[in-house]
Design a protein. Structure first.
Length: 234
């Protein structure tokens, strides 16, 4: 799709990758950019329309869909990571919270905005996932499970929305320089670079973004024996 004709909604747009995506859309000349966050007062980016939206709240999602009928690009970026292991203290509570935001949030958004996307020519739906959609290890276990569920959701939506002409894009990235990875001393992708790749994929009609080397290596390792999901990343 032509980004200059896009009316985009970006969730979790007040910081990190969400803010970079909203900024990139504005700079690319998108017709309108709705920047959504739980607290729209935290939105300081010029050129966007702040929207109050908690993606875990069905009533707020439904209200947003009713109000924003002109949207033809939805970017599900909002996400949380609570650093829990499956057998650690608080794992069940962490898993439920992460699933609510990282899986049920995009599901609610897709269901609510699919009619608007259809009415506006099909458009595109982007789900920001993770290399941890394919891997799981201690310290990110419950988060990884939520992202694996979101990857499956994305693949299913691709089939269900194909008939109305909606492009569905999965975005996989490893370490990115955001608040979520602040405690990791490793090479990190710049949110601005990832945002540029996402918009290029939407413009070119591609289904998937592998935004960094670790995502590309892990994707390539899924089909080897034993799979990278057994041995861990190389």
């Amino acid at each position: 799709m032509d980004i200059k004709n896009a009316v985009a909604l970006v969730t979790g747009a007040n910081r990190g990758l969400g803010r970079a995506l909203a900024k990139a859309l504005v700079e690319a000349g998108a017709r309108k950019v709705y920047a959504a966050a739980r607290d729209p007062g935290t939105m300081t980016l010029p050129g966007v329309t702040p929207i109050k939206l908690d993606v875990t709240d069905p009533a707020q999602v439904a209200a947003a869909a009713a109000a924003l009928g002109d949207v033809n690009l939805v970017i599900n970026n909002a996400g949380i990571a609570l650093g829990a292991s499956f057998l650690g203290e608080g794992a069940i509570e962490a898993a439920r919270r992460e699933l609510e935001t990282n899986y049920f949030g995009p599901l609610l958004m897709a269901r609510a905005f699919a009619p608007a996307l259809a009415a506006n020519g099909g458009g595109a739906l982007v789900n920001v996932l993770s290399v941890l959609s394919w891997l799981n290890f201690e310290g990110v276990a419950t988060y990884s499970a939520s992202k694996a569920a979101a990857w499956s959701l994305t693949n299913g939506l691709r089939g269900e929305l194909r008939g109305q002409g909606t492009q569905v894009v999965a975005v996989h990235v490893g370490y990115m320089d955001t608040d979520m990875t602040a405690g990791y001393d490793v090479p990190k992708a710049r949110p601005e670079d990832v945002a540029a790749q996402v918009l290029a994929a939407v413009a070119e009609g591609r289904d998937e973004v592998l935004a960094d080397d670790i995502s590309r290596k892990v994707k390539a390792g899924l089909g080897v024996e034993p799979g990278v999901y057994v041995t861990g990343p190389v």
